[in-house]
Write a protein that binds this ligand. Structure first.
Ligand SMILES: Cc1ncc(COP(=O)(O)O)c(C=O)c1O
Length: 471
């Protein structure tokens, strides 16, 4: 057989068995992405609403929804139709030309921000979350003339080279040389495991005071006291930490932080890539904290996980054409028409819905059920949530020592598709996060029903008990 014929044997002309696909994957796919975080990865065929289906038709309830990119349910017919309509009119366009959907989407997002924060600003598009964070770094450097930034321990902003420098995990930098612009990582207000060993009720916001202390003398290495100039240009925050484990800070934290930053002209950049678009019951999660950031970065759910689109919103002074002129950033697919058309439909859908009260109501119901589980099992050390961003932290019997093994086992059992709660064979899709990789970060569809929440809790309990038995 010639080489050409051999290549032609891999045709897309028939469904392939899972084992065949895995054999091809093992040979030809890079394993440098995150697929092989688990053994025997799942291959899914179809999705709808809150569910994924594998090749045997097993239904998996998804409580992570594409890392919160799919807030409005899988294969949402209305959003899919918007995309299909755009495919038949203007599916492609070089981003140096304008199309209506881009202009309308930017206007609606900027007007929403103006209503919320009473700040005129502009929107600038890109494709992925990390690339939008990169664009925000350009804004920061351009505005301040400085490179260095603060970011949080436990923070996650993506994995491109520039952004790996401000994502907390060293693991993502380890093999890739020196990172001259590595952020200075500040402890996050993670009250269940306070980095300072304090108790939330009595700490008096000790963590904020420790941050403030950095500015007391030039010998702490961040500020020149003679003219109050700080070496750091911005602070990158997630108002709820995503990959860090859906950690929710005290409500007064960010107002206190912003006040300190303003004293030294340090910009606040709010990464809403995971928490934006009503995950927490508000359009932006930062709205819970009464703070106006200088820049907001977003993506994921803007297109419900369909055509990739990301963006930054910034205050006018940072992004007006005078200071951020044409060509400051560019990507072939930024502001692509399929993405902007879908996102416009997302904006309509949001305007016509009442996610503010719906998400809060469902979140309260979900957390009540999870707290009841927590009472039953000492290994569930912490349960918390804001809207439909919920966390379950798995521990040893003492309710505190992180239990990664139990967490991994629950995840694997869920993915095996061999659960039976609800009366038929099912699976459960969970995402593991947290500083000790012992937290489930739950991001269900915002359309999840109470019945599905009950099913999710039952499936979780079943997987949890099986994992306990196996350990
Ligand atoms: C808070 C946050 N920032 C940035 C990113 C990076 O986005 P992307 O994966 O689209 O590059 C993510 C992705 O999970 C995220 O959760």
């Amino acid at each position: 057989m010639s080489q050409k014929q051999k290549v032609d044997t891999i045709k897309n002309d028939k469904p392939r068995a899972k084992d065949d696909l895995l054999a091809l994957e093992a040979k030809y796919c890079s394993w440098g992405d995150t697929v092989h975080y688990v053994n025997n990865p799942n291959i899914f065929k179809r999705c709808e609403g809150s569910y994924l289906y594998d090749d045997e038709g097993v239904e998996f309830l998804d409580l992570q929804m594409l890392y919160s990119a799919c807030n409005f349910g899988y294969a949402n017919p209305r959003l899919n139709n918007a995309l299909k309509k755009q495919i038949d009119t203007l599916p492609q366009l070089a981003c140096q030309y304008l199309h209506e959907e881009k202009v309308l989407l930017a206007s609606r997002l900027a007007q929403r921000a103006e209503r919320t924060f009473e700040e005129k600003g502009r929107v600038h598009f890109n494709v992925g979350g990390s690339t939008a964070v990169e664009d925000s770094l350009k804004l920061v450097r351009n505005h301040t003339g400085r490179n260095l930034v603060f970011a949080f321990m436990g923070g996650y902003h993506g994995r491109t080279i520039a952004v790996s420098a401000i994502t907390s995990s060293f693991r993502y930098r380890q093999h890739f040389g020196h990172f001259g612009d590595r952020a200075m990582f500040i402890p996050y207000p993670y009250c269940f495991r306070c980095p300072y060993g304090k108790k939330k009720d009595s700490c008096g916001m000790y963590c904020l005071k420790q941050f403030e202390k950095l500015f007391e003398t030039e010998y702490y290495g961040v500020v020149n006291k003679k003219d109050n100039v700080c070496e750091f240009a911005a602070f990158y925050i997630e108002s709820i930490q995503g990959t860090g484990g859906y950690v929710i800070p005290p409500r007064e934290y960010f107002a206190g932080l912003k006040e300190i930053l303003d004293r030294y002209n340090i910009l606040m950049v709010d990464d809403e890539i995971q928490m934006g678009f009503f995950r927490t019951g508000k359009f932006w999660a930062i709205e819970h904290f009464g703070v106006t950031p200088d820049i907001i970065v977003f993506g994921k759910a803007m297109t419900n996980g369909l055509n990739p689109l990301s963006a930054i919103w910034a205050k006018e002074a940072l992004i007006s054409p005078k200071v951020f002129p044409p060509g400051s950033t560019h990507s072939t697919f930024s502001s692509n028409p399929l993405g902007t058309a879908t996102a416009l439909e997302v904006m309509d859908l949001i305007d016509e819905s009442d996610f503010a009260s719906e998400v809060s109501k469902k979140g309260r119901y979900f957390i009540t059920r999870l707290k009841a589980l927590q009472k039953k099992y000492p290994q569930i050390g912490d349960v918390d949530g804001l809207g439909l961003a919920l966390r379950i932290e798995l521990c040893q019997k003492d309710g505190y020592t992180p239990n990664k093994e139990l967490t991994d086992a629950i995840e694997q059992i869920g993915l095996s598709g061999r659960l039976s709660a609800g009366g038929k064979r099912r699976g459960l899709v969970l995402d593991v996060g947290g500083y000790y990789k012992n937290a489930f970060t739950l991001a269900p569809s915002l359309y999840i029903t109470e019945k599905e929440i009950d099913l999710g809790v039952d499936l979780f309990e079943e997987a949890f008990l099986k994992a306990l038995k196996g350990s």
